[in-house]
Design a binder for this molecule. Structure first.
Ligand SMILES: [Zn+2]
Length: 173
């Protein structure tokens, strides 16, 4: 299986660059625990879960394709669909699970805001390229029940997109 390049390195880099010593330590811890989780429990990773759904639906996909803005975690060529599996904290999801620590430095808040801004920009660029964007949030697959619900919605969305893509293909012919 192709290893996702970059994420661990990016987390470590962000930790190293952080100006606030406390934050730096916390970030370093998070980066290390992320790396450990990748080593320990590969099949528990949210990305692998979503990948398995795409596989289940029978589509070929590409991972982290750098030709597209934001290097989507999963790209499904047949549907022209970019899928991002986002951690709520890093991407500043407006959900209950996103707790920015009280007393977080303005530097740090700005950094998260920038992540979010970059996401928005990437999604917009993809849409301009005629590529659909689907985001699966970590909080949507946190529990077994949520996983099952999200899986159903996800597969339903793929089916709808497939019908649309099929319609388009027929038009061309
Ligand atoms: Zn969330």
């Amino acid at each position: 299986m192709k290893k996702k390049p970059g994420k661990a390195a990016r987390l470590l880099h962000e930790a190293k660059e952080c100006q606030d010593p406390e934050e730096r330590e916390r970030l370093g811890k998070e980066a290390r625990s992320y790396i450990m989780s990748r080593i320990r429990g590969r099949d528990t990773s949210p990305e692998l879960l979503v990948r398995s759904w795409v596989k289940e639906a029978g589509y070929r996909y590409r991972l982290n394709d750098r030709r597209f803005p934001g290097s989507p975690d999963i790209y499904v060529p047949r549907l022209r669909l970019a899928i991002f599996v986002n951690g709520c904290f890093w991407h500043l999801h407006e959900c209950e699970g996103t707790k920015v620590p009280t007393g977080a430095s303005p530097y740090w808040l700005l950094k998260l805001e920038r992540n979010k801004e970059r996401d928005r920009w990437n999604y917009r660029r993809l849409e301009e390229m005629g590529i659909r964007v689907l985001v699966v949030w970590e909080c949507e697959i946190r529990t077994k029940a949520l996983k099952e619900r999200t899986r159903e919605t996800f597969l339903g969305t793929l089916k709808e997109l497939d019908a649309l893509a099929e319609g388009k293909r027929n038009e061309v012919i």
